[in-house]
Ligand binder design. Structure first.
Ligand SMILES: NC(=O)c1ccc[n+]([C@@H]2O[C@H](COP(=O)([O-])OP(=O)(O)OC[C@H]3O[C@@H](n4cnc5c(N)ncnc54)[C@H](OP(=O)(O)O)[C@@H]3O)[C@@H](O)[C@H]2O)c1
Length: 281
């Protein structure tokens, strides 16, 4: 039985819906007692600072023990996490999983942009004294290889930063959800509180991906390589270009969740995440 009996998810969207599904499976299996989904629309909660008492009451009335934030990195949604954390703390929530789920961000604390915001928030949880469990996963392998990154793989069009030889960690959303829910529902608080999990379903350079895809499908890819300074220039002109920001960070070795010897994949021995190439095919 899980140390956390009622687990809430704030912002069940693109990633959160997978986490909700895994939590519902854990509830069906009797591992946890309840799943609470915080949303601004169905059981309305507001994350506005003036509504913090209502938010606290919503969490307390459902007896939420642990809260997973999968709030969007878009529309400045991450800016509401401090309010959510204060409400969670006041409501007796014992573990807060911040909306991370990508590249490591702690080193960006004090900086701007999405990474800065995520890194700063980790510090705010510490100041608040609300234990956190952070999950770094790398980019979502089932989602990102699309137009967003300048890819049209059906027609052989792919892009890579620099020479395509820098490794990046990847994990599919379902595998992220499986790992997070496994950790929350099987590990004791001492193994979760203030812990950073560095997990990856796969680790590949772009060139390795291209080669594996071509071998597996017999199709030809025509990569376009984007020099690092070109990525930096594009980003300078448009700091909101999230895709270029990611590509630049990967080129600069920010795309792996950590060193191979730092990986926490082993914390879930039966975890069998999908490889990127299998997902691409
Ligand atoms: N590694 C990757 O490749 C990758 C890719 C995408 C995302 N991520 C990360 O995963 C996390 C979740 O992202 P996501 O794509 O799953 O998010 P999302 O689907 O864009 O949004 C999740 C939820 O956030 C809530 N929300 C949106 N705007 C809001 C606002 N202004 N104020 C308060 N709540 C708001 C909405 O919930 P309600 O409408 O129900 O309130 C929405 O369903 C983020 O940290 C993101 O950076 C990583």
């Amino acid at each position: 039985m899980s140390a956390y009996k009622v687990i809430a998810v704030a912002g069940a969207g693109n990633l959160g819906m997978y986490i909700v599904r895994e939590l519902l499976a854990a509830k069906a299996a009797g591992t946890i007692d309840g799943v609470v989904v915080l949303t601004r629309y169905i059981v309305p909660v507001s994350y506005a600072p003036e509504a913090i008492d209502t938010l606290t009451a919503a969490l307390a009335s459902h007896g939420v023990d642990a809260l997973v934030s999968t709030l969007s990195h878009k529309a400045n949604a991450l800016s509401v996490q401090p309010v959510l954390a204060r409400a969670a703390h006041a409501a007796g929530v014992r573990l807060f999983v911040p909306s991370e789920f990508g590249n490591p961000t702690a080193q960006h604390a004090g900086g701007a942009g999405v990474f800065g915001q995520k890194g700063n928030f980790q510090g705010e949880l510490k100041e608040l004294g609300l234990p956190s469990a952070v999950f770094y996963t790398g980019p979502f392998s089932d989602q990102i290889f699309k137009e967003f990154l300048g890819w049209d793989i059906e027609n052989g069009k792919v892009e890579a930063g620099a020479d395509g030889n820098v490794p990046v960690s990847y994990t599919a959303r379902k595998d992220v959800a499986r790992f997070v829910v496994y950790a929350l529902t099987t590990q004791p608080p001492a193994e979760l509180e203030w812990r950073t999990f560095r997990i990856e379903g796969d680790r590949k350079t772009m060139n390795e991906l291209f080669a594996a895809y071509q071998v597996k499908t017999g199709k030809t890819l025509n990569p376009r390589y984007l020099p690092e300074d070109e990525l930096a220039q594009t980003l300078k002109k448009n700091p909101g270009d999230f895709a270029r920001m990611l590509q630049l960070s990967w080129v600069q070795h920010g795309g792996t969740v950590g060193r191979v010897d730092e990986l926490d994949n082993g914390a879930y021995a039966e975890w069998n995440p999908a490889s990127v190439v299998d997902l691409l095919v």
